[in-house]
Design a protein around this ligand. Structure first.
Ligand SMILES: *Cc1c(COP(=O)(O)O)cnc(C)c1O
Length: 370
């Protein structure tokens, strides 16, 4: 079986360093909010080019704490994409605010900047931009709109560690940006983890307190926070993996290039938009034969996945918002046609070839009409 992602292979490659890192933490006796976490925060802030980084429990909490730190709550509207992992919009509802969806650009799968302005109301406070599948959203027009309407921008960069837009890393554009270290992300821990980055000192202080029971000083609680910290073992593991990140992202790009070169005449292959450094957290094709192709590949021992089968505006959890099928045609069409192929740095050339020839075998005889 060729899996979508093979974390065991990655572990094999780094076994020695990772086990030494874990052992170091075990021997240090410091497990929460210690040196390893601080070092990782520094390294991530350095990589993204922000003044501050704050380790948190996971990517969802990174988003949640960002909204809370910006004081967003009931009555506020937050503009975001209907085409993302559920957490992006979930956190908006979780703080009592209202997600306002804006359709995607069908070429990049990211929020369409041309459609944002018509959704801005007097209650709009912020935009959560997602850099889906490892490709930056169109930050220039988005930041222009945000600046002219005085909206705050939160970057959901959970799928895009190391990606860039016009030469600058994603995560360095908004007031705040959020990363996830969920094991399958392109920089993944061996458990949950997340990171918030910002240039704003006040936001840094606020989020640092919120993740730790609203406490700036031990046993002195200034506001209502929660327990959401990145632990030392995960931080130590991530430090080891971070050194590999540029090389691993490059590997992903090479695999994507090989897929695209061989499949472009059979399916819609991903577009790399102008000025983007795509890191291919996912490699997604589109075809009208999606479901039957997925079934065929499964029988050939090739795993695939659908990111995402149901756009957020059609999720039952958001039915109270009153959206209907047809509201966001680009997101809805994409959800029907998209299919993610196996992609991870250790995917062997022979495996890539098997994926390619299997797709050629199945679709070669068919007539793709769209
Ligand atoms: C993974 C992901 C999240 C949530 O991160 P967790 O660490 O799983 O909580 C949020 N947004 C996007 C776009 C993601 O891919």
């Amino acid at each position: 079986m060729i899996p979508l992602i093979d974390l065991k292979k990655e572990y094999e490659e780094l076994k020695k360093q990772i086990e030494a890192a874990i052992k170091g933490v075990l021997e240090s006796g410091s497990f929460i909010l210690g040196e390893k976490g601080k070092e990782l925060e520094k390294a991530i802030a350095n990589l993204i080019g922000t003044s501050y980084a704050i380790g948190v429990g996971n990517g969802t909490d990174a988003l949640l704490l960002s909204l809370e730190a910006l004081g967003i709550g009931p009555g506020d509207e937050i503009i975001t994409t209907p085409y993302s992992f559920f957490a992006t919009a979930e956190v908006i509802a979780r703080v009592g605010a209202t997600p306002v969806f804006v359709d995607i650009d069908p070429e990049t799968y990211n929020i369409n900047p041309d459609l944002i302005e018509e959704k801005i109301s007097k209650n709009t406070r912020a935009i959560i931009v997602v850099h889906l599948f490892g490709q930056a959203a169109e930050m220039k027009p988005i930041m222009d709109i945000a600046n002219s309407y005085r909206l705050q921008v939160i970057e959901d960069a959970c799928q895009a560690m190391g990606a860039a837009y016009q030469g600058k890393p994603v995560g360095s554009y908004g007031e705040i940006a959020c990363f996830s270290f969920f094991p399958s992300k392109n920089l993944g821990a061996y458990g949950d983890g997340g990171m918030v980055v910002t240039n704003d000192e006040a936001l840094y202080e606020k989020i640092s307190a919120l993740r730790n029971h609203g406490s700036y000083k031990k046993y002195v609680h200034t506001c209502i926070g929660l327990n959401s910290r990145l632990d030392e073992i995960q931080a130590a593991i991530l430090q080891v993996k971070m050194e590999k990140l540029p090389q691993w992202n490059q590997k992903r790009r090479e695999i994507a290039a090989r897929y695209s070169k061989n499949l472009a005449n059979l399916v819609h292959t991903p577009i790399i938009a102008e000025g983007r450094e795509h890191i291919f957290h996912q490699y997604c094709i589109e075809t009208e034969f999606r479901d039957e192709l997925a079934e065929f590949l499964y029988q050939q021992g090739i795993a695939t996945a659908i990111y995402y089968p149901i756009p957020l505006h059609l999720q039952q959890a958001f039915c109270h918002l009153g959206y209907r099928t047809g509201d966001f045609p680009a997101a809805e069409q994409t959800a029907k046609r998209i299919l993610a192929l196996p992609i991870y740095p250790m995917l062997a050339e022979s495996q890539q070839e098997r994926v390619i020839t299997s797709i050629q075998q199945y679709l070669g005889g068919k007539n793709e009409t769209t």
